[in-house]
Design a protein around this ligand. Sequence first.
Ligand SMILES: [Zn+2]
Length: 187
Amino acid sequence: MIPLFLSVALCLASPHQSVISNTSITYVKESYIYPADSISILVKYHGYDEEEALQTFRILQRASTAARVYLVSEKMSVSECKQLAIDIYDLKYEDINNRGITAFFNWDDKSFDRVFALYDSILSPPGRSSIFITASEKFDRNGLSEEKRKEVLSHEIMHYWQDRTCNTSHDIESQAVRFGRYIRDKI
Ligand SMILES: [Zn+2]
């Protein structure tokens, strides 16, 4: 009993550090995105190489701008209740679905058993949020096509904006699904 308890406690203490140390992340780059006038958001990419980092920043920039417009179109306020930097972790599909690595995620509570991506701000360091996403097929044989990666990143960035604006009392999952499908061909 005791060893099990200890390992769970350690896991909860630094869930995202354990992701980094247990996966193939080798490259880190920081940049800012500017989704609207007077809003700048620090994004830290953890993944493969500079080209992929820059492509990821481009998608986040465009999807963030569009997500705010989308919230307004659905009669929701975009006034911010918190400010959050973003850590984005590019993981292999098998790693993101390895429950030893993503042990912080409440898998038991979900109706699905495989995911392409996860969003979290509860277990992230203060003032930060985290997006875990399946890597491009360039880096992972089970990875995402460029189009699918745009859809999945947009889905997760919608969760980010729902969180940042405290718009969380509606069906946040269906809104993120709709937004990802709507925007993937436009960014
Ligand atoms: Zn979702």
